[in-house]
Ligand binder design. Structure first.
Ligand code: GFB
Length: 327
């Protein structure tokens, strides 16, 4: 059932990569009753605060897209933050949505929930059939717990809580910090820096052979709204393109857009992570949804967004220094 146009919709994590895309998608569709809370206003890890916020605001639809996220290095070096923050955030929001009888909740997981050696493309029923990839097992365990939370509240209390598992995401508002980012924004930054400095080559982590699938976050946001309107099953559902490519091929694509003269240099002391991760998206396609932004277009528009941000930041700094000089 389509969310009514005056529905009270809470986007948990509205400032992040996914949350900001969900906000854009809802605003474009004409929803005006969208609820948000900043980190300073609401600590999503605190059940007391979250329950109090739900009591006061009574959201009818909840997009649970908040979490502590990061790429392969951040996952490996900050395991406690990744497991604790995510376990707590999922638990508090799902529980409060039950306590205050939200009509529906969509929980967003990650494709890293599947076993490292899963058969490709990965079907939903491969969850919990083998050991996880060690570089992200802490995050994966928290994400699996989120799926099970939704299923448990569905089973015991009849709540309409559903889970979507997206593949690797990218797009506007991504994290471009090299110590914590995912590969696609990292490559944009590295090739951009090479373009600025005239460096001859760019360092790529690992061997370049791992295979990954990439979905533009605006496609994901569209899929989330589609699933909120059209999906109501116990099982989680994969969200992706079903198409993958090697990290080397991805690096070449980004290089060709950002800095065509740069050579690739592979640092094999850095981890590769899961050898291959491509989702089987037949269940999603059967609901009538498919992505519309191809990877080449997505890389180009994301790089343009990155450049626009650089310009905006420079002019902000310009205004700041003028003010200081005048002061
Ligand atoms: O995107 P990424 O960090 O995460 O890395 P995962 C994907 C692949 O790109 C790995 C390689 O093989 C990396 O070694 N890579 C090459 C780089 N150069 C770089 C670089 O400069 N930065 C980064 N970050 N990678 C994540 C999980 O796994 O997938 C998360 O850690 C989450 O938990 C996410 O689930 C979807 O695809 O390996």
């Amino acid at each position: 059932m389509t969310m009514p146009s005056d529905a009270r919709i809470y986007v948990a994590g509205h400032a992040g990569l996914v949350g900001s895309a969900v906000m854009r998608r809802l605003q474009n569709a004409g929803y005006t009753n969208i609820l948000t809370a900043t980190r300073g206003q609401l600590d999503l890890r605190d059940q007391g605060e979250v329950s109090h916020w739900f009591k006061a605001n009574r959201p009818e639809y909840v997009f649970l897209v908040a979490g502590t996220v990061g790429g392969i290095m951040a996952n490996s070096t900050r395991p406690a933050e990744f497991i604790y923050d995510n376990l707590m955030i999922h638990g508090t929001v799902v529980h409060a949505a039950h306590e205050y009888a939200a009509t529906k909740l969509l929980y967003l997981g990650s494709s890293c929930i599947y076993p490292r050696q899963a058969t490709q493309p990965i079907t939903e029923d491969q969850l919990l059939t083998g050991p996880l990839e060690p570089t992200n097992e802490w995050y994966a365990i928290a994400k699996i717990a989120g799926i099970k939370l939704c299923q448990a509240y569905r089973q015991q209390y009849g709540r309409d809580f559903i889970s979507a598992m997206p593949t690797n995401l990218y797009g506007p508002n991504d994290n471009f910090d090299l110590t914590s980012s995912h590969v696609l924004p990292a490559l944009i930054r590295k090739f951009h820096d090479a373009r600025e400095t005239g460096a001859a080559d760019v360092e790529i982590w690992g061997t370049g052979s791992p295979m990954r699938e990439f979905l533009h976050v605006d496609d994901l946001a569209d899929a989330c709204v589609h699933l909120m309107d059209n999906y109501s099953e116990h099982s989680h559902i994969n969200v992706g393109t079903g198409l993958d490519l090697s990290i080397r091929e991805l690096a070449e694509k980004v290089r060709d857009v950002v800095c065509p003269s740069a050579e690739l240099r592979f640092d094999t002391t850095k981890p590769d992570g899961t050898p291959r991760k491509v989702l089987d998206v037949s269940r999603l396609r059967a609901t009538g949804w498919s992505p519309s932004i191809d990877l080449d277009t997505g890389i180009r528009t994301t790089y343009q967004w990155f450049l626009d941000q650089q310009t905006a930041n420079r002019s902000m700094r310009g205004i700041g220094s003028v003010a200081t000089a005048a002061g």
